[in-house]
Design a protein around this ligand. Structure first.
Ligand code: SAM
Length: 503
């Protein structure tokens, strides 16, 4: 195949992918949904439009192909993949790859802003397009409108174009495409044209190099018969990102065995299935759905309401550019993420900032019984560190903490509920899918809180104050440990109550 390689900036954006275990898993999944030889007697035609050295084309073992072709824009890289069918070419624009002429498309496309990855010449060629695309309508000023769009979306569109109806796509896509709100239109666009059959959160070790830690999912999609209508038929399997600290090969092997067992009807932690139609207008990432499934877990006899119904005031800590808070001995306490423990706030080492200074705006002053929530960070929000402020003396919050002032609901009950499986599941579901976890005001307001009677809510508060709080001031060496045990027991009792297993 002869191709023209656009001149310009290098486009080799290999994300330091450790390909073998993932590629082997990818092909195993394709084999599980496709016969090795097609009903027509023909063998598979496979394409990878962003092939690199052909990592995804290589482990075709066991799968019979009539054609396996990869296009790679960087000639040096392409040369290294020649043996497995990689040629130099532009996988997005090459006219010799004909539409609907492949049975399978595999891709680990470049991730990132189009303006950073496309050359002048590519923009020019793309700019001559007209009509609908995953990014919207192409028109004369598309370059400006689409500059910040993620390029990987255009590769998904291209793969959909290259695969014939009934064929399969196995794509490695960044978490953002599956989870970010601004990618919703792209997800819905894909859903109109393909049915997701499997969405696997790849282990965090999949892409790694100093300074870069891309998180991605492997998505298996079947090209649909029509361009419209809800996806129907088989469920879509969702696999959560494993937390075990195993090497990548062992992790992928475990996912593979677990998936098989789940398909055989066994209940496997971290794996669930969903009707693909439910993905419309929603996130696709596996963690989100697991959180959702956990979330509606309490007894149907208990009504629930959004937390927003009880929020009197919700605000964030002061963001002061160019000035770090400094300790002022007789200043006001500024509650920061480090002050949250697994069992509540510990303010013995708290920072104090200048009263009425930049780090003490009136707006974010904290009062007794305010619910405080670190709004980001793997070590704080990611560990569900929440707390209720208990002192009479006013305080303030640091820049990564949100203050939630509630009315009509007991803040201790809300806190402890958010620590239960259905509460934590909802927070996890709300996490922004990419990078550091964070939760926004709208997501906080939409958390569903089961409505226990006021007496029961007060009982939860009393139990916390009786059983856990005294341990915070005890000097015994094991007091902290005991507080954790008591706290877990209290959460467990609340979970039992919510499930209707305790009177
Ligand atoms: C993330 S790497 C993946 C390579 C390989 N598929 C793998 O999994 O190891 C993406 C590759 O796409 C290539 N690429 C970027 N734009 C391209 C285009 N328009 N056509 C073909 N290849 C492209 C990059 O040079 C890079 O080698």
């Amino acid at each position: 195949m002869t191709t023209t390689v656009p001149p310009g900036r290098p486009t080799s954006t290999g994300q330091h992918f450790t390909p073998e275990p993932t590629a082997a898993f990818l092909w195993e999944q394709i084999r599980s949904v496709m016969p090795p030889v097609l009903p027509s007697g023909k063998r598979l035609r496979v394409v990878d439009p962003a092939a690199g050295e052909g990592a995804l084309l290589r482990p075709l073992n066991g799968v019979q192909t009539d054609l396996a072709i990869g296009l790679e824009i960087d000639p040096v890289v392409a040369k290294r993949g020649r043996r497995v069918g990689v040629e130099v070419g532009d996988g997005l624009l090459d006219h010799q790859l004909r539409a609907a002429s492949f049975d399978v498309a595999v891709a680990n496309p470049p991730f990132g802003r189009a303006s950073d990855l496309l050359t002048e010449d590519q923009w020019r060629q793309l700019g001559s397009r007209r009509g609908p695309s995953i990014w919207g309508e192409w028109s004369a000023n598309s370059r400006r409108r689409f500059a910040s769009r993620p390029l990987e979306q255009l590769f998904v569109e291209r793969c959909l174009e290259l695969v014939s109806v009934g064929g399969w796509l196995a794509l490695i896509l960044p978490d953002g495409l599956l989870a970010n709100r601004r990618s919703q239109a792209a997800r819905d666009w894909i859903l109109q044209r393909a049915r997701p059959a499997m969405i696997v959160a790849l282990p965090s070790a999949t892409f790694r190099r100093p300074g870069l830690h891309a998180m991605a999912h492997l998505v298996l999609l079947k090209r649909k018969t029509t361009d419209h209508g809800a996806p129907q038929g088989d469920p879509c399997w969702l696999v959560q990102r494993p937390s075990a600290r195993l090497d990548l090969s062992s992790l992928m092997a475990t996912i593979s065995t677990d998936l098989q067992q789940a398909r055989d009807g066994h209940k496997i932690e971290g794996i669930s299935s969903i009707d693909p139609g439910r993905l419309r207008g929603s996130r696709w990432d596996a963690g989100y759905w697991q959180g959702q499934q956990q979330a509606h877990w309490w007894s149907p006899k208990i009504r629930d309401a959004p937390l927003g119904d009880f929020v009197e005031h919700l605000t964030y800590g002061p963001i002061v550019t160019g000035s770090k808070p400094t300790h002022v001995v007789d200043g006001i306490v500024s509650i920061r993420q480090g002050d949250f423990t697994g069992t509540g706030l510990r303010l013995t080492q708290a920072l104090r900032v200048a009263l009425h200074g930049d780090h003490d705006p009136q707006r974010s002053r904290v009062r007794c019984r305010d619910l405080l929530l670190p709004r980001s960070g793997a070590g704080a929000l990611g560990r569900n560190r929440i707390g209720v402020y208990l002192l009479e003396e006013e305080a303030n919050i640091g820049c990564f903490v949100d203050r939630i002032r509630l009315a009509g609901i007991n803040p201790f009950y809300v806190w402890l509920f958010l620590r239960t499986q259905p509460g934590w599941g909802q927070i996890k579901a709300a996490f922004n899918g990419v990078g550091t976890p964070n939760i926004n005001f709208e997501e906080i307001r939409s958390l569903r809180i089961p409505q226990l009677s006021p007496e029961r809510q007060d009982h939860v508060e009393a139990a916390y104050k009786q059983r856990i709080l005294p341990l915070h001031v005890e000097e015994r060496a094991d007091a902290t440990e005991q507080a954790v045990v008591e706290f877990s027991a209290l959460i467990h009792e609340l979970e039992q109550l919510l499930m209707g297993k305790r009177g």
